[in-house]
Design a protein around this ligand. Sequence first.
Ligand code: PGA
Length: 254
Amino acid sequence: MNHAGPVRAPVIAANWKMNVAPDEARTYLRRFLELVPPKVDRTILFFPPALSVEAALEATRGREDIGIGVQNLYWEPSGAFTGEISAPMARRAGAGFALVGHSERRHVFGESDDDVRRKLAAALEADLIPVLCVGETLDERRRGRAEEVIVTQLRRAVEGLSADVLSRVLIAYEPVWAIGTGENATPADAAAAHAVLRLALSERLGRRAEQPILYGGSVKPDNAGALLAADDVDGLLVGGASLDPERFAAIVTA
Ligand code: PGA
């Protein structure tokens, strides 16, 4: 599923972050495909580092239930921007999806809401399906500001998009305090945040927002089933536990 085809929920996505070189991607995916036979009623996404996108595309060719995306992009289509990749380049390379506004981009690399908005627009313009990530920090949660923070991040990111285009954006709710910490949100926390995000999207669309909203943050084989069963949770975005094909396969089949 290398093009922007239909995305069927549940959507189970692997964010490999700065891990898995091209040769490792081939070995990983060979094993993963043995463990996970094709199935039409769900979507599996892999977000390798840009260098491994081609290897991942080759290794998963013919699997209609699997899509490959980039973890980041710059909003200009080309030019003197050393070290960056653009949305049209990612699309030409065969990627169908893009993570936008991941918390590590926001908090480690200082991306602003404005940067996220431009990246989202660039991804859509290039016919990539974006997965827009939003999430509050522990401090924001403790101060009772979680909902306000995630709704503000969402609203700012989608500013200016028509309803038609907005309905193509997938959302990932990733509380910053749950990412890589081993501490996941409870299914009830996730359901509450997802309901708030769906409401904000629906208000903006003028009808019920149907696009999948994924939960991310310390998803593991033993909590994946309960998180996926929570109301309004239509998928999972998995970091650490996606680095091992056996563990990620266990999450996909949870
Ligand atoms: P984690 O990361 O599963 O390692 O917590 C999730 C993410 O950052 O997407």
